[in-house]
Design a binder for this molecule. Structure first.
Ligand code: PRX
Length: 653
């Protein structure tokens, strides 16, 4: 274990196991190993049958997968249209009156839209796009709040074969300009503003600034949301409501090739230039429909499904739009923050709409832990039957809190590992089949093949290493827009023949996978390579702690020393005794080697706009360096506060 070349060591152990209940398994879509067995027996045949079962094709495909490492093509020659699969076919089958989305604005407005209403609105806006000169193969940038016009705009693009590039509404004008230019977008769709925590955020004014740097955009379509005063440029800018007036609600969907570009989505990366991740049509849609169906055990007739992500992230693309609509689900879309007007907004929504499935991120769960269980306990959450998590490793105690206080100890929790690049879920339990271990994403889904390897690319049967994917999969990225070399270099150069995701993982005695965070974050303490995730989970295991981030700081004796940044639950007091208690707790749970040298208390941790902890900035603070790139930070004041606390605590040391 003390070998300097050991990949990532394995300290934290979690012994609790939750077996699916008979009641759940009996009603589940998957309740035996047959999906695993058929995928194992012939994985191309497996994906072929998913693609045929879950989607409608205008023209059938021939070859299932063409694999010229690192480039794959799926469902060769098949023709289909995404909006047809998401909308028309449900209407044609007599399900047009079913609600597709219950939308709720932050100030409280409520709109429900059925599949046939959505089809009309999408078709109408698709005609408007054509009238503005958008053609098959063009790129359209979308920069909007979480209002219904956002999915309408995305689906309208797919109807006419234009690729969308959604830019999260929290990004700056610079970030928007960079993405518009990289994609050479012809059109931008935005709103005057959006609501967030009771205030309005400007969007159109950011678009105006961005467009000073962009030359490819002919028009900007603007939705009226906040009625904020905006500047409309004559000949370029047009109001959505004026544009659609009198336009036909019938628009023939375009038959797209399975490998035609469906969308670009830029990953922010922490330092480098954003990468335009390319997803195509048939493979992506197959994987998101399949995973949405089986991971969430979706029963479109009875479930009310809520993925509480932002549509601007891949989670929203795949599991608010494309997966749920392809499967004919009824979903919730909520525009605002969870603490408006109070910290129980989500639980109120779940109670009122009788939500059955909730999919969210560990960052949200830890925030709810910090606020306390009195907020969910005010509401009737008994409609819930399944919970999901995505975006970061979920610490076992956060998992247990979610299971107990939200799921009322009655709902399986599916921890789903995947990435913008993978398009859809890759590692996850099947809730009617898999025994759950809190904090483990368990196993690769049927049809997905992963291995953990060591520094030399040899398979690790037990213990920590690098998570790699060993066979192509239908939803995989097809490349980085305009940069095939960077694609090869970023994902395929570290281990020959394998996709390397950048994440560490460990395999336990039962073959379960435990995600250990980004390998760039691994610390080296006296020659031991310790994952930040394990030490953080040990800190969150303490009853006073809501959230923790650890980083390595240079240390003359141990190489790196562990510094823990900790947010306590509300009502707990920050003190040096508490810091001592936490250091001792980590030593007890995972061993003295992982005892943090210093604990720094903070009310907030620095996070990206999608809620991931930015350890790189904490490492800058801990090492007394000037801060690197902070442009992806959600709230820059948080780091300043931590910096002043860190210098206080160093003075005490
Ligand atoms: O580090 C992993 C982490 O999030 C990364 C992908 O981020 P992004 O492309 O923004 O997509 C987020 C939504 C899919 C991964 O490389 N990650 C995501 N899900 C998990 C996770 N880490 C641990 N456990 C997860 N369930």
């Amino acid at each position: 274990m003390s070998d300097n070349n050991a990949t990532i060591e394995d300290y934290f152990s979690e012994d609790r196991v939750f077996t699916p209940t008979d009641n759940f398994s009996k009603q589940a879509l998957a309740n035996d190993l047959s999906l695993y067995e058929s995928a194992e027996a012939d994985f191309e045949k497996f994906w072929e049958s998913q693609a045929k079962e879950l989607l409608d094709w205008y023209e059938p495909f021939g070859q299932v997968c063409e694999w010229q490492l690192p480039f794959s093509k799926w469902f060769i020659g098949g023709k289909l249209n995404v909006s047809f699969n998401c909308l028309d076919r449900h209407v044609l089958a007599g399900r047009g009156g079913k609600v597709a989305y219950y939308w709720e604005g932050e100030p409280g407005e409520k709109i429900s839209v059925t599949y046939s209403e959505l089809l009309d609105q999408v078709s109408q806006f698709a005609n408007c796009l054509k009238n503005l000169g958008v053609k098959k193969g063009d790129r359209v940038a979308i920069y909007m709040p979480m209002i219904l016009e956002l999915p309408i705009a995305m689906l309208a693009c797919t109807r006419i074969g234009a690729a969308h590039s959604v830019v999260f509404g929290g990004f700056s004008s610079d970030a928007l300009a960079g993405r518009i230019n990289d994609a050479q977008a012809k059109l931008v769709i935005t709103a005057d503003g959006g609501y967030r925590r009771g205030a309005t955020v400007q969007l159109k004014s950011n678009v105006d600034l961005a467009l000073e740097e962009c030359s490819t955009v002919d028009h900007v379509v603007v939705v009226r949301r906040t009625n904020t005063q905006v500047n409309m440029v004559a000949g370029r800018d047009v109001w959505w409501d004026e544009l659609i007036t009198g336009v036909s609600t019938k628009c023939e969907p375009v038959a797209m090739d399975s490998e035609d570009l469906l969308f670009l989505l830029y990953t922010s990366g922490t330092t480098a230039k954003p990468k335009g991740i390319m997803h195509t049509t048939g493979g992506y849609l197959t994987q998101v429909a399949y995973t949405h169906k089986y991971v969430f055990d979706l029963k479109p007739e009875s479930d009310i499904y809520w993925c509480a992500a932002d549509i601007g992230w891949v989670t929203g693309h795949s599991y608010i739009l494309y997966g749920p609509l392809t499967n004919g689900a009824t979903s919730i879309i909520y525009e605002g923050t969870p603490d408006f007007p109070d910290k129980d907004r989500w639980w109120d929504i779940i109670e009122r709409y009788k939500v059955t499935i909730l999919y969210t991120a560990p960052t949200a769960i830890r925030t709810f832990m910090k606020w306390g269980e009195e907020y969910p306990s005010k509401h009737d959450l008994s409609s819930l039957r399944l919970l999901g998590s995505v975006g970061e490793p979920i610490n076992p105690e956060a998992w247990i809190w979610y299971y107990t206080h939200i799921g009322q100890s009655n709902c399986p929790v599916v921890d789903t590992w995947w990435q913008t690049e993978t398009g859809g879920i890759m590692i996850s339990p099947l809730p009617g089949v898999t025994k759950l271990k809190p904090g483990s994403a368990t196993f690769a889904l049927p049809g997905i093949f992963v291995e953990v390897v060591d520094d030399n690319g040899n398979k690790v049967e037990k213990g920590g290493g690098y998570l790699t994917i060993v066979r192509p999969w239908p939803g995989m990225l097809r490349g980085i827009y305009g940069d095939p070399e960077r694609y090869r270099e970023t994902y395929w150069s570290r281990f020959e023949g394998r996709y390397f995701a950048g994440d560490g993982a460990k395999v336990d005695d039962d073959g379960y996978l435990w995600l250990l965070g980004r390998v760039d974050d691994v610390m080296n303490v006296s020659g031991h390579r310790i994952s930040t995730t394990e030490v953080e989970s040990a800190l969150v295991d303490h009853p006073s702690v809501a959230e923790a981030a650890v980083v390595g700081a240079n240390d003359p004796t141990t190489g790196q020393a562990i510094i823990g940044f900790v947010t306590l639950k509300s009502g707990e007091t920050q003190s040096s005794e508490k810091g001592e208690e936490l250091r001792a707790h980590v030593a007890r749970v995972i061993g003295a080697i992982a005892r943090p040298k210093t604990i720094i208390f903070t009310d907030e941790l620095p996070k990206t706009r999608s809620g991931k902890i930015m350890r790189r900035l904490l490492a800058d603070v801990a090492n007394g360096r000037s801060l690197g790139d902070t442009t992806t930070l959600a709230d820059p004041s948080v780091v300043e506060e931590i910096r002043s606390k860190a210098s206080d605590s160093t003075a005490e040391d």
